[in-house]
Design a protein around this ligand. Structure first.
Ligand code: S3P
Length: 176
């Protein structure tokens, strides 16, 4: 089966959205951020969904967004940091025609990247982040590929393309 979606998973701050857009640009594919889909469906920001409706409601909207994404062709998809830790959402994302990629990042890089502006309701402090990261790693490991997400978006994007489409990465590099 040919590959029609690349799904980026991993912790908040691992660069899924930024890197995803660069990968999409390189492949001339489209890009979709599942959090943005959830926000449009709810008509409010992720932090407001958590505050007003609770995490359960957010996870239900996230699952619906993941299921909808199964119809997409030639898309790079950035999943929210918790998506792959939810078995049903993971199953909706990890279809045979998709490559799932874990953008693996150490806690220091994550802490340095995450703004403490309340936009990520689950990333309140270092201890919460550490515990959540540890609890989620076994789920992230279920991704098809693991890519080191430290460094700039261009180099991480390059690693993603190399991991899932080595021929494409080679032919693009030769064409430079
Ligand atoms: C979440 C990560 C966020 C967003 C929500 C919950 C999580 O996405 O989906 O705040 O559970 O880790 P990002 O990973 O894009 O920040």
């Amino acid at each position: 089966m040919s590959l029609v979606r690349i799904v980026l998973v991993g912790f908040m701050g691992s660069g899924k959205s930024t890197v995803g857009q660069v990968v999409a640009g390189r492949l001339r594919w489209h890009f979709r951020d599942l959090d943005t889909v959830v926000e449009s469906a709810a008509g409010k920001s992720v932090s407001r969904i958590f505050a007003e409706d609770g995490e359960e409601r957010f996870r239900a909207l996230e699952l619906a967004a993941a299921r909808e994404s199964r119809a997409l062709y030639e898309y790079v998809i950035a999943a929210g940091g918790g998506a792959f830790a939810q078995p049903e959402t993971r199953a909706a994302l990890a279809t045979p025609d998709a490559a799932t990629v874990w953008l693996r990042c150490d806690i220091e890089t994550i802490l340095a990247r995450l703004p403490s502006d309340g936009s990520r309701p689950l990333a309140r402090n270092r201890e919460t982040i550490r515990r959540l990261l540890e609890a989620r790693e076994p789920s992230y490991r279920l991704a098809d590929k693991v890519v080191d997400a430290t460094g700039g978006p261009a180099s991480v994007a390059e690693r993603v393309v190399e991991a899932v489409m080595p021929e494409r990465a080679r032919s693009q590099n030769e064409g430079r």
